[in-house]
Design a protein around this ligand. Sequence first.
Ligand code: NOJ
Length: 532
Amino acid sequence: MTAPWWQSGVIYQIYPRSFQDGNGDGMGDLRGIGQRLDYLAGLGIDAIWISPIYPSPMVDFGYDVADYCDIDPRFGALADFDDLLAQAHARGIKILLDFVPNHTSDRHPWFVESRSSHDNPKRDWYLWRDAAPDGGPPNNWVSDFGGSAWEWDEATGQYYYHAFLKQQPDLNWRSPAVQAAMYDVMRFWFDRGVDGFRIDVLWHLIKAGSFPDNPPNPAYHPALAEMHRVLQLHSTDQAEVHVIAAEMRAIADGYGAAGRGERVLIGEIYLPVDRLMHYYGRERPEMHLPFNFQLIEAVWEARAMAALIATYEAALPPGGWPNWVLGNHDRPRVATRLGQAQARVAAMLLLTLRGAPTLYYGDELGLSDVPIPPEQLHDPRGLREPGLGLGRDPVRTPMPWDGSAHAGFSTAQSWLPLNADWPTRNVARMMPEPASILRLYHQLLALRRDHPALAVGAFALLESDGDVLAYERREGAQRLIIALNLGGQPQRLALPRDTTGCRLLLSTLAAAPLIENDVLLLRPDEGVILAA
Ligand code: NOJ
């Protein structure tokens, strides 16, 4: 039996404002993505996930949706989307959209109606509450972007809840009408042919019905974002969210048999592993892939990493397929977190662990966080809580394609600055360089395609010392050994007894590593894949 595409496949996240500008306004768009599909096909990825492209005031850069069933003119029109989908499918590339069900924009017609009066039929589509007896907010919940999560509405004399910005009011997912409307949104895009969704902040959808105060967080200190003042015990991850996740899955599954195969749901969920696992579904299936963000936050140390992987693997429910993420549009880039040398090792880790990997655009070039001058900052998260390193602009900068003006990204000044090293760190320059990280990504993706052991095989950790993380992948007679030196000192790995005569498939460094008397000598910052 062959594995479904979302198990063996590799997902590539596109931040659409920054991938490719197709109309010369300094901002990426759908036509631009279409122009780069050959690059993506050549890279060897299977699906792209595009961050939100719906009409939006862009206060949170598209995560404030004003119409779920259209395309923002900055990115194009529905016809451009249909065109992109057809072009992608013609190349065997799937398209996943970003579904943002927890909140709308405050300009969404639903919210405009809801806030118009107490007796508007859409009043209960959002979370309206009376003031506390002292006139203050109904409880102590803190917005993820700082400040109270409640906004006073003078006209109707009540507060509304917003887990993010006040321009992003939370929908009331306990309302059957909201559920029906949002499930229709999913159908709208599935009917158009999209291959699935990444679901924004899925664990936020349902809040405790009585809105009790959240407990204070004893670990809070002022160097942390204000949201960490309290533990989000009552405002997130409520049992009833699983009924909704299962409904979403049933809708996706309803499209599976028809046409080109299964539609996939990926949940954005930042929770500890034990709670994360519930989102695979217990009584009924929920997410195909609840995002596993542990590599983004991991301590880069072999023993800790081995424990993290083993714990995650062991926690998976029967049939639950693992997944791994190294970076996204909200977190510092891997090259900044670990440095260029270890970014290569991290690429090998991401693409050889068991499970579906998600790549973040630009990481294949070793792009780092780009320092943004104060006058060019855009991200509300960073602007609202300055000085804490929370701003996300540095990880959302334009993709550098070549050495021409504006790095081939646009014919105009780009909305965010390019990486300072773009004249050398760009696709055209790195593609022919055998030692570039881009070529390493190409090689890793090709190996995954050619070796079922990597794409779908079994996983087992190997005994190792010091800075070495070692494991094997097996499928049928195919057995691969992956050894990663997570540090800057040479390391030794005693190879398993029955692997004499191992053949090198790939090293992150030029030239082959040494194997002497069944001991693999790893150079600093080297990762290798051996065929046993
Ligand atoms: C998570 C998204 O990844 C982030 O970019 C956004 O700001 C929040 N959800 C709110 O939608």
